[in-house]
Write a new protein. Sequence first.
Length: 566
Amino acid sequence: MHDLVIRNGLVVDGSGAPAREADLAVDDGRVTSVGSVSATGREEIDARGKIVTPGFVDVHTHYDGQVTWDPYLQPSTFHGVTTAVMGNCGVGFAPCAPERRDWLISLMEGVEDIPGTALAEGIDWRWESFPEFLDAVGSSPLAIDVGLQVPHGALRAYVMGERAARLEPATEADTARMGQLVGEAVEAGALGFSTSRTYKHKDSRGNHTPSFKAEEQELHGIARAMGKTGKGVLQLIADFFDFDPEFAMIRGMVEVSGRPLSLTIEQDDRFPEIWRRVLSGIEEAASRGLPMRGQVPARATSVLMGLEATLNPFLFHSTYREIAAKSLNDKVVALRDPSFRDRLCNEVVAIDPESLPGFLMTSFHKMFAMTDPPNYEPSPSDSVAARAQAKGCSPYEVIVDLLLRDEGRGLIYFPLMNYLEGDLEIVRSMLTHENTAFGLGDAGAHCGVLCDASFPTTWLTHWTRDRSRGEKLPLEWVVRKMTRDSAALVGLDDRGVLSPGMKADINVIDYDRLRLYAPTMVNDLPAGGRRFIQRADGYVASIVDGAVAFREGEPTGELRGRLVRS
């Protein structure tokens, strides 16, 4: 008798091979048979009419705090994720001296929009060093597997103290110490090292992230030290405004370490060709045997605007500030009052449209109603600008109407990156490039502006089944990218394919019923912290280590997850 048998499913095995009808047997947390299984199982799942895939591997999350209090890592586990990698973009909570805890919380709050009060109340600080952090997470209850990376911001602060926050250059002694700590962390099980070099990342007080101006000797010194272990991956985000020296320095991290590196690729409307140069540089490096990949998203990198969200188009209106601190109901009452609405919509606001806040507040051609189910490839003809022109009114009038939907819970979808042309063809070209990997979901982060933990469901629904404004992508190929290829990106070779001997992390999915719901705001973080979550239908069962951990996205109570060490 097998521990588990999944019968009659359409197996999409993660290798990229054509889907086939088959049974699947599991024993002791491993796949033992794929084909015709005659023996019975202690538990059986009839997957007739369903697809059976490996569990999804999300290589880009920010659950560094949440993992210490939430074994289920929602909302990722609403979407078939069975392995989550955190510690991305140079932010996290280890190593950390006790006196730097509040500072690291402020950094995470600013960079990743995670409520500081939730982090302060929720994190159980049982560590100082990174190996101690590994042990703390490893001893925590977990429903899915997690992997940790060493964040440069925390590392720099641990070694350099206030000099790190002031963006001072690291001395050779600083670099040697950071390299030593990264080497020790990777030997203890860290999956790699991450850093950030973008102006977009600032702490809650508006200061740049500590790694923003890190110099070549520092980055190369840390990479070289990690390379000596023969383990670990590198992950980063950078602006590449001065492309040649910046890319050469980052490429040099791979050259001196011999370790794989992945980096964010997005198209910024204001600098629309940089992403092409970055991808071209990666392609050239890969042709010379350097393991570099671009991380790309499932859809436009977006923000959500609403009366409960961090952002809405009236943030800089003095009239709106009269109600900004009021309850949702009071805001709705005010916006329905004709005199208040008239003052708000006709107020002239001085804001630089070239700045990022100005771009967000005034780009009416990039504002769309968030629908249910969401449309992540809306037509320009449905934008706020187009609606206002058709009605002969101010865009602000349209915005107020959109925000007032569902008793003030209406949301505006703003595709910030990767939507300059008004469709997802740029994203498709990124997704299908031979030197890119799926990523950038930022699960656990940006709580008040997005919920991209739902990327796996978008990859399945939009790209393989529902897309109407361009070519779709093959189901088998998309599943491979989310499973085998994502696992390989972070050095995990025991999962991502349904074949004998591989880890039994599995999804049973009602593909025809699979659908994504619109994001909603909830207050379920510690200290009543708010966040957007996004649910889905169709995930019949998500299996971790051979046991059903989630049914229809809801936890069963099985806690077979574990810390994955390098």
